[in-house]
Design a protein around this ligand. Structure first.
Ligand code: NAD
Ligand code: DAU
Length: 351
């Protein structure tokens, strides 16, 4: 079946993996990638597919209602896969308003455009909203987030994502807009902007800079290889039930400090350094305000109902990821010039 799919945020980390997967796998679909190209959006992430005949790039801002409405008039979209967002917790602590604008207002602009364009016929249409496990809040030592865990967002980022999830459900409930939401745990892999833990620490180890560990380093995250997230999105988009929510996670919990030790070991091996050299760069710094203690996803619904499971174990995925960053030195230097330097100075200088 021919589809014209709007993917928002397709020049970002996860979005670029989703765009690549769909463009390569479904030749009869047209994929329209709408991205504002913020500091986190980078067309270099898509060089390998940019001249594919079923791929179109549109630069624009989802906060700009007129632009979004016009885009829906220009293309007869059959579906939306919405990933565009401000995504970094530390930036949300410094500047919540940008998160409210893009993550809440931008999402509502897209919902309105889809509702208005599709209102006479919702048959075969889908608005798929990509969200995060952070909407569920913070766990203690035990327990997992399920699809029915009550929302308890605790940072400006997670509050803005929770708000967008609520709007998506409200549009389904009030206007019958066909929607699906997935909430995923921490992703890692190629093309992730080096403000997030894993690529930041790879970059710093390479440049023999301190590794800034927040607090006692005993915070826990559940890590998933980004291509496994893209595969889950593909599966849910095609086989998921309208109106449902699916949790996606790696069944792979790591305390930050244990993950960092493993990363240091892999980096020592890859860079041919003496064992223990990279770990000497570990520096404990002031904690992130309101730092969520632990995230862990129960992805058994997705596993049981749609048969999804992660394809890689963590050590294998981390090794592949380290190799990618070391082999793609130019990509890393391009994204760590300019605005990055100012951000880095502000975020870490005084801590
Ligand atoms: P990212 O920051 O790498 O990419 C975001 C993309 O959105 C960028 O290309 C950026 O240019 C674009 N964008 C930002 N504001 C925009 C606007 N106003 N208009 C149009 N485009 C805009 O983010 P990511 O890590 O790839 O995350 C993608 C989505 O997945 C987000 O919705 C995020 O909340 C969610 N998510 C991320 C993770 C993770 O671990 N990274 C986990 C679960 C869910
Ligand atoms: O859980 C899903 C979420 O994962 C996504 O929704 C977010 O978009 C994504 O950014 C990520 O959020 P986190 O805050 O968990 O990711 P981050 O890489 O920023 O941090 C991971 C952990 O490492 C967290 O406990 C904070 C810690 N950390 C992070 C940085 C950047 C440090 O100790 N030092 C650092 O310099």
């Amino acid at each position: 079946m021919k589809k014209i799919i709007l993917i928002t945020g397709g020049a970002g980390f996860i979005g670029s993996h989703v765009v690549r997967r769909l463009v390569n796998k479904y030749e009869d679909y047209t994929i329209v990638n709408l991205d504002k190209l913020t500091y986190a959006g980078n067309l270099e992430n898509l060089i390998d597919i940019e001249s594919s005949s079923n791929y179109i790039f549109e630069k624009g801002d989802i906060v700009d209602k007129a632009f979004v409405d016009n885009l829906f008039l220009k293309y007869a979209f059959s579906d939306v896969i919405h990933l565009a967002a401000e995504s970094h917790v530390d930036r949300s602590i410094e500047n919540p308003m940008e998160f409210i604008m893009t993550n809440v207002v931008g999402t509502v602009n897209l919902l309105n455009a889809a509702k208005e364009t599709w209102k006479n016929n919702f048959e075969g249409k889908l608005f798929y909203h990509v969200s995060t496990d952070e909407v569920y809040g913070s766990l203690g030592e035990v327990g997992l987030f399920t699809e029915s865990t009550p929302y308890d967002p605790r940072s400006p980022y997670s509050s803005s994502k929770a708000s967008s999830d609520h709007f998506v459900r409200a549009y389904e409930n009030t206007y019958n807009l066909p929607t699906i939401i997935s909430n995923c745990s921490n992703n890692y892999g190629s093309f992730q902007f080096p403000e997030k833990l894993i690529p930041l620490f790879i970059h710093n180890i390479k440049n023999e800079k301190p590794l800034p560990v927040y607090g006692d380093g005993k915070y826990t995250r559940d890590w998933l290889y980004v291509e496994d997230h893209a595969a889950a999105i593909d599966l849910i988009f095609h086989k998921g039930k309208v109106g449902e929510t699916y949790n996606i996670g790696g069944f792979n919990e790591w305390q930050n400090i244990e993950l960092i030790q493993l990363l240091c070991k892999i980096m020592d091996e890859k860079l041919g350094k003496e064992a223990g050299s990279s770990a000497k760069l570990i520096t404990y710094i002031k904690d992130r305000p309101g730092h969520d203690k632990r995230y862990a996803i129960d992805a058994s619904k997705l596993n049981k109902q749609l048969g999804w499971q992660p394809s890689l174990d963590f050590e294998e995925g981390l090794e592949k990821t380290v190799s990618w960053y070391l082999e793609n030195d130019i990509w890393l230097s391009n994204v760590t010039s300019g605005e990055y330097l100012t951000y880095y100075e502000n975020q870490y200088a005084s801590k």
